[in-house]
Design a protein around this ligand. Structure first.
Ligand SMILES: [Fe+2]
Length: 179
């Protein structure tokens, strides 16, 4: 289950209802899929063949189509990152810059963990959303954010797009960013 950390005061928000209420206020969509639908071997696998990626999409086909229908996504894929990914450090460096997109950024975590760092309302400032398998998040368009891995450096996620070009990152220079 997702957990929030507010960077200003290190406050943590736990529990599905509290997390959902907080993210709701920040206009970040949060939903949950049952990660146990995945076969055991795919819950712990971070280097995936095309066949295995398709199996993940097939497992969550109903959830994906439901989300796509409600929110207008037209394409989706599976992304896997781990220490086995060539140039992982470079990829993460590129990720770890505050940016915006012209469409929302949707990720459904199916294995591993990851963090979205998001610029909240002025009274909240930057906050982290720590995600694990089953967590589904959508960061709204034009909302400054970035994504990174957690200490285990392993994640598998389904990404959904309205237009793939909508995912282009526009750097957001922010002197108020809280490291
Ligand atoms: Fe992004």
């Amino acid at each position: 289950m997702a957990e929030i950390r507010i960077r200003n005061n290190d406050e943590r928000i736990r529990g599905e209802e509290q997390v959902r209420a907080f993210l709701d206020k920040q206009e970040v969509l949060y939903e949950h899929w049952n990660p146990d639908k995945l076969p055991q071997e795919l819950k712990e696998k971070f280097v995936l063949s095309d066949e295995e990626k398709n199996e993940i999409l097939h497992t969550f086909d109903e959830e994906i189509r439901d989300l796509a229908q409600r929110r207008g996504y037209r394409t989706w894929d599976v992304v896997a990152l781990s220490d086995a990914t060539p140039n992982l450090d470079e990829i993460l460096k590129k990720f770890e810059q505050v940016h915006t997109h012209t469409e929302d950024e949707v990720r459904a975590i199916t294995a591993g963990k990851g963090i979205f760092i998001i610029k909240g309302t002025d009274d909240v400032g930057y906050f982290d959303v720590e995600l694990e398998a089953g967590d589904v998040i959508s960061v709204p368009e034009e909302k400054p954010h970035f994504f990174t891995l957690m200490d285990n450096r392993q994640i598998v996620a389904v990404r959904l797009f309205i237009e793939t070009e909508g995912w282009i990152a526009h750097p957001f220079a922010d002197p108020s960013f809280q490291k």
